[in-house]
Design a protein around this ligand. Sequence first.
Ligand code: HEM
Length: 131
Amino acid sequence: MELARDISLIFHFLGLAMILGPFFIQMRAHTNYAFGWVLLGATLQLLTGIALTGIAEMRLADDDMSLNYPKIFVKLGLSLVIFVVALIARRRQRKMSPTGNQRALLPLLHTAGALALANVVMAVVWPGLVS
Ligand code: HEM
């Protein structure tokens, strides 16, 4: 169980990097946004986040303890929005010229990056996985 948690958490951090990496590097670019990576990252966050929640539920020491589900559901909601935004952006980008100006898609990159940042802050600042 410990190993499953470690592996899921490693991929949780890799998924986070796949969203925030393109955001920071391309936040002022005009074309070629790496929405494929953002979409893969968003998918990973959803899958590993759900896995981590299940594993944490199984690791609870006794019946009086419970996970902080309000926190988990807010993270899940934001992650779903990131996923949908990345999906829309990737589809629109496919219809554009790879070398042309894609600036119309920049707000979608900003939205995905800002929501991922909000999720990082929440993961760290909102107390407790277990309450
Ligand atoms: C963009 C989306 C997300 C980001 C940036 C993110 C970020 C993080 C970070 C930085 C941590 C490590 C800090 C900590 O342990 O509290 C973490 C842990 C965790 N995340 Fe996420 N998360 C995301 C999505 C999700 C989703 C969708 C879920 C659940 C449905 C989730 C569930 C969890 C759980 C359960 C842990 C604790 C793992 C443990 O300590 O055993 N996360 N997340």
